[in-house]
Design a protein around this ligand. Sequence first.
Ligand SMILES: [Zn+2]
Length: 470
Amino acid sequence: MKKPVLKVALAASLTFSLFHAEAALAKPSEVVQAQPYKVFDQRIVNKVNADNMYNHIEHLSQVPRIAGTEAEKQAVEFIKSELESYGYKPEVQPFTFLGYTPPSAMELSVSELGGEWELQPFTYTVSGDVSGELVSAGLGTKEELADIEAKDKNALEGKIALIKRGEIAFSEKVLNAAHAGAVGVIIYNNEEGALNGTLGEANDSYVPAVALTKAEGEKLAAYIDNKQVTARLKVEGAVTEEKTSYNVSAVKEPTNRKKDTGDVIVVGAHHDSVEGAPGANDDASGTAMTLELARVLKNVPTDTKIRFITFGAEELGLVGSTHYVNNLSEEEINRIIANFNLDMVGSRDAGDLVMMTVDGEPNLVTELAQASSERLNGAPLPYEQGGRSDHVPFAEAGIPAALFIHSPTEEWYHTPEDTIDKISKEKLQDTAEIVGAAIYERARFDNMGPKPKKIKKEKNQAFYHNKEIR
Ligand SMILES: [Zn+2]
């Protein structure tokens, strides 16, 4: 969001008017009514420093920070030491997940049919070296396989199934074929281009599964029509194993424990990135903003606890944030009044700042940020419906939660081009000011903000970043 010029003028005049606050308070006027907010906001705005965030993003985005790798661990150490340098005692929460290493080699040979195949692995395929008759299995639906087996009970037993993309998920096709006895699966595309698919999650019942292009698949299907053909499929090096990722958190305790409201505000981001992407915007930007807000809010007087968290393994399905929320007691969940989730908050090439809530409805987070953006920039932030990030497990637990993101997202998203040179200091500054002022409005003493509202608890499908599953 572009900042109106007005704001700079306002900030400049405020420094002056602070001097005269005492005198001004004596005279009731509209200006006086508005004054307290401005003073409180300026406490945050004056401290937010885009250079800090930019430098942290630069440090974090040297290499991809894939969950469970050494690079993630180094990012975690960096986040921890930064928090310590602000005076916090950060906690590192380890958790395990099933990590997947893709195949190192794949090979397909079809008897009497030479040539190279443009094989692509399905993420989560298992390794194996299998041989058998190559048989067409249509779209690989349960109904189709039942029809095939009605004619020949062992139609797929010990065979390699050739299946067309479409209608059901890749994982279902593989499981249906494996259930019918197939020892390997080849799925070919139903549109031009390579098929880069995933089976979604690890499963012991999978058989080796690879993808072919549409042209290759149609060629194979024609070749095996009314003809007995043997094939051999080799997938090597694919491994599913337990890995460890981490959440890092730091707490700003209420300034005066006697005035502790018992409420907790959580602000956070994910520090991991996807394979091949240095993740400057996704989500070193949110991580750097979480750090900056932790620094800015460290010593401001509050009657509410603020917890700063960076999550691991978001890109693998919101694993870290889900682990975090699942390990909270009912009492702890009830104390969290708001979750501010910062994911992709600094791209020069993305659209304007928006908020997304899982149910598309406003809540305490959107109300606070609409009010702060209106005070700071003269216009309230829009909100819309959206999941796919770490606010989802909080919302599912009934906690008012929203994602802050620039929309539409930049085209570099999840690519090797998500680098520091695409980061806008202006967007970092603007977003951090809005979020910081929103949090402070609620957390400071004698807050005059809206009262917290618990949203209806409901299960939402935990969508995350664009993962193609069918
Ligand atoms: Zn992200």
